[in-house]
Write a protein of this length. Sequence first.
Length: 152
Amino acid sequence: MKYWLFKSEPDAFSIDDLASMPRKTDHWDGVRNYQARNFMRDEMKKGDQGFFYHSNCAEPAIVGIVEISREAYPDRTALDPKSNYYDSKSDPDNPRWFMVDVKLVRRLKRAIPFRELKEYSQLEDFPLVRRGNRLSVMPVTASQWKFILKKE
DNA sequence: GCCAACGTTGGC
DNA sequence: GCCAACGTTGGC
């Protein structure tokens, strides 16, 4: 089993939004970065767990834990001209973008701020805190996962 | 296949 | 709102 981190701007989709969905489950659409797509399409398995991270907001932080409840399938928003995530070059017969379903497992007992994550030497290889990192979906190692959970 | 220009991300 | 860092685009 692998571990992941999912970034979302809370103004667009927050952990509260996920919590309010039926079965606390939603599809993680709109990923339009090839590296992040490859993680979702090729490596995520049902039952993998991930952190839910709030970005681009007053206090960027890890706020919860999700679980992959459905493995990758085509992201239809790429084919919908009305969607913000529409990609005119995506071909229905050869989908370019994928999404997975995630289910909220629980919120963390406390949000762990980005500011704090940066300070731990144990996390210096954690992609989230690497300078200039822009991946919206990224892998978390088992040791990073455990370390972070001990800090909640 | 190079690389400058551009748009986006995201912490601050 | 700023701006550094990055991925993508497209002319050549």
